[in-house]
Design a protein around this ligand. Structure first.
Ligand code: SF4
Length: 349
């Protein structure tokens, strides 16, 4: 079977620290710091943990100047781009740029006088810091309706402010907590603009429901070739957001350096503890960077055949299992060695 590849809309390529968003750059996965922005140690440890699971870009919101001034120290201790999320206060934006942040999330129409915007844009140009305009259904201008057209209209206003100042290092997001509205807004936007887009469904919910909701919304757009960077918003840890984001990309063949796990649902033919094995394998696969498909199957009779698309896999029977490559059995192993043997096989590929 030949799998279809998604053809991505070619957007403007924007440099964010040491990576790119848009154009032919791989789709990146983001999350936000959830620790107190004043606690540098906790913030850095949370970022490092997220990075371990594949986070490409980290964002941190700030409430006061004290935490804005922490960006420099935090940045020195991490090696992924950091984004300052600023609301309303242009002085925070100026200080964040001076602290060395790699990107700003700020809506120029919300920071008051045009002279403030001019100052921020001037400094952003000088430091080569791109700006994400983050349109959010919950905070639209009062004269704009909460519709897909309204969201795009709001984005257009903010974009125009920046373009009038000859600034084009722009990334845009158009989030709401409703999948349909959000999807249509991004579709409309991408018909009209070539700026790269940051995808997300806002206030998506808990780890379980929010992952499903985000997967539908983000996945629908990615399938249409729309999306340059994604953030799954969950009432859960940054690591959970990253894991969900990466899984969405993997399932759409948009993450080229990661393995995917194929596992059957099990049925009454299963004679071993496959749930435990599948979870062990899934955890192990998070630690390796190979574009392979690994299968964990519930029975020896049908497992290898049902998973012949997989590069390698294991199928368990009574007290034993078989290792297979592309559907062909290569070795029989005891039940207690199944995980170890599969890991060895994966490492050998
Ligand atoms: Fe059932 Fe075997 Fe198919 Fe798994 S592979 S669903 S155990 S028949």
């Amino acid at each position: 079977m030949k799998f279809m590849n998604i053809s991505r809309k070619l957007t403007k390529k924007i440099k964010v620290g040491n990576i790119f968003i848009g154009g032919d750059a791989p789709i990146t996965v983001q999350t936000m710091v959830k620790a107190d922005a004043h606690d540098i140690k906790k913030v850095v440890s949370q970022i490092k943990e997220a990075q371990k699971y594949g986070c490409d870009i980290i964002r941190m919101g700030v409430l006061d100047m004290e935490s804005v001034k922490n960006f420099g120290l935090i940045k020195k201790q991490i090696n992924i781009p950091i984004v300052a999320d600023i609301h309303l206060n242009y002085k925070f934006a100026l200080e964040a740029i001076r602290q060395g942040v790699d990107k700003l999330r700020i809506n120029p129409g919300n920071i008051g006088d045009i002279s403030h915007v001019r100052e921020v844009v001037k400094l952003a140009k000088e430091y080569k810091v791109p700006i994400r305009i983050g349109i959010n259904g919950g905070s639209l201008e009062k004269d704009i309706p909460l519709t897909p057209e309204g969201l795009v209209q709001s984005a257009s206003r903010h974009i125009k402010i920046l373009e009038d100042l000859n600034y084009d290092q722009i990334i845009v997001s158009l989030k709401t907590s409703d999948i349909n509205t959000t999807v249509q807004a991004y579709q409309l936007f991408s018909e009209q603009y070539d700026y790269p887009v940051h995808l997300g469904i806002t206030e998506a919910g808990t780890n379980y429901a929010g992952t499903i909701k985000s997967s539908i919304g983000i996945g629908t757009l990615l399938l249409q070739g729309i999306g340059d960077t994604i953030r799954v918003s969950l009432t859960s840890s940054p690591v959970d957001e990253i894991k969900a984001g990466i899984e969405i990309l993997k399932q759409l063949n948009l993450k080229k350096d990661s393995p995917t796990l194929v596992s059957c649902p099990t049925c009454s033919r299963t004679q071993y503890d496959m749930f435990t094995l599948a979870n062990q394998v899934e955890k192990f696969l998070l630690t390796i960077k190979k574009p392979i498909k690994v299968a964990v199957m519930g029975c020896i009779v049908n497992g290898p055949g049902e998973a012949k698309e997989a590069d390698c896999g294991i199928a368990g029977g009574k007290n034993c299992g078989v290792l297979f490559k592309k559907g062909e059995i290569i070795k029989t192993v005891t039940e207690k060695d199944m995980f170890k043997e599969l890991v060895n096989l994966i490492n050998s590929l």
